[in-house]
Write a new protein. Structure first.
Length: 254
């Protein structure tokens, strides 16, 4: 159980993906109204069918949209508020990265960094900007997913790590500002997450995933291990916690 307020309206971006889907499913199982976002209508409709298999009585609001397109973030937030009647939490799990964001630094195109910053950090802050007035009405929560690449140094992660580190700092500073409105802000920071397309792609091209599995003393997490703490932070049991960057990484880094 995630300790959510029943009837809470929660927008989960990237709910068609590995982590976002599990967050959306556990929120629905806990009685939330869930705004289900993915980049396309087709993937969103497919996710809602799968969510209904997990939580048939929950209410879902379909909010497809490509966040790289101007105006889409406002539309997505606006539709959830219009149909849900309120907004208690936004959990940003969508990946909106640009090409050349990870890999050996000298092989990347340095001119793509601006695009990476815009699509990764820029989208996270634009979503927070759109959601903030609605979250402030009853004291809600904004959570952005980033990655331990922004927290712990590692090779081939200089550019994407800088973008994720930016999200972490953005969330911590914003938390200090919006606390007076009763809004809490956090950053979730996974490392390697089993049972996700991202991990499967990584494991298929090299040994990194296997090495990480061997190093994580508690074993690498799956989305089922990440969703409960994420939703707990949105619930009444966590009203005095804000500005945290939380790694759920099975002990890979500490
Ligand atoms: N999985 C891991 O191992 C791992 C590790 C570290 C950090 N993380 C972080 O955890 C978060 C969730 O990752 P995940 O593994 O669940 O990702 P995922 O399974 O790849 O899902 C990506 C999601 O982003 C959506 N998306 C893609 N392009 C978009 C765009 N232009 N506009 C709007 N939405 C878009 C996708 O929608 P469609 O399905 O419609 O395309 C999908 O819902 C991300 O912030 C990721 O960086 C994951």
């Amino acid at each position: 159980m995630s300790n959510l307020t029943p009837g809470a309206v929660i927008l989960v971006t990237g709910a068609t993906g590995g982590i976002g889907f599990e967050v959306a499913a556990q929120a629905a199982e806990d009685g939330a109204v869930v705004g289900v976002h993915g980049s396309r209508l087709e993937t969103v409709e497919n996710a809602i069918e799968r969510l209904k298999a997990r939580a048939p009585n929950a209410r879902y609001i379909a909010v497809p949209g490509d966040f790289r397109q101007p105006g889409v973030i406002d539309e997505v937030v606006g539709k959830v508020v219009a149909e849900g009647g309120r907004l208690d939490a936004v959990i940003h799990c969508a990946i909106t990265g640009a090409p050349d964001t990870s890999g050996v630094f000298r092989k990347l195109n340095p001119r793509n960094f601006g695009m990476a910053a815009q699509y990764v950090l820029g989208v996270a802050q634009e979503l927070a900007f759109a959601a903030m007035p609605h979250l402030a009405v009853q004291g809600g929560t904004y959570i952005a997913f980033a990655s331990d690449a922004g927290k712990f140094a590692s090779a081939r992660q200089s550019v994407i790590g800088a973008c994720f580190g930016g999200i972490m700092t953005f969330c911590r500073n914003l938390a200090m500002e919006v606390g007076r409105d009763g809004v809490r802000v956090h950053c979730m920071s996974p490392s390697f997450v089993l049972d996700t397309p991202v991990f499967d792609r990584m494991a298929s091209v090299g040994e990194r995933g296997l090495r990480a599995q061997a190093r994580a003393g508690l074993g690498l997490p799956s989305p089922k291990d990440i969703a409960p703490i994420t939703l707990f932070l949105c619930g009444p049991g966590a009203t005095k916690i804000t500005g945290q960057v939380i790694s759920v990484n099975g002990g890979l880094n500490a």
